[in-house]
Design a binder for this molecule. Structure first.
Ligand code: DQA
Length: 146
């Protein structure tokens, strides 16, 4: 079984970007620890990060062909993108929305997610652990469904 771990704008700067909010681990660190956990469970992971909305939409479309589900940190597109919401609705595979920070404890504009209603659930506020929790939640969902 293969899952896509998708990250949106500015997450390539993780580790140096506002470390007081997002921590000091990099996206490469996230990839390393998720791969370690997944290999012991026989799960394959694809990783993709882009700062472009269109590239993220293309990655979601491609995932529908060979991935069982997606763990997605959409970054600021969470709060703006109807196009990404429509892509998630279109692909008909489960998507978990994840955030490193607790978006509900920050600015008002971060409390609104255009994507959450079409995701199976949202994890927010656990730093890089949010990605791991997202993978666990997605695997649990897929197991129950089959
Ligand atoms: C984020 C939260 C978003 O509001 C922000 O725009 C990001 C990162 C997070 O992981 O906490 O870029 O998705």
């Amino acid at each position: 079984m293969k899952l896509l771990i998708l990250s949106g704008p500015n997450l390539n700067l993780l580790g140096t970007r506002e470390p007081e909010i997002y921590g000091s681990e990099t996206l490469e660190d996230v990839e390393r620890f998720l791969r370690e956990a997944a290999s012991s469970q026989g799960i394959e992971l694809d990783f993709f990060q882009s700062n472009s909305e269109g590239a993220l939409i293309d990655a979601l479309h491609a995932a529908r062909k060979d991935c069982a589900g997606v763990v997605f940190n959409p970054g600021a597109y969470t709060h703006t993108s109807i196009a990404l919401r429509d892509a998630i609705s279109a692909i008909q595979i489960p998507v978990v929305e994840v955030h490193l920070s607790n978006v509900h404890a920050r600015e008002e504009f971060r409390k609104r997610s255009y994507l959450a209603p079409v995701c199976i659930g949202t994890i927010s506020g656990f730093g890089t652990t949010s990605y791991r929790l997202g993978v666990d939640a997605l695997l649990d969902y897929l197991k129950r469904r089959h």
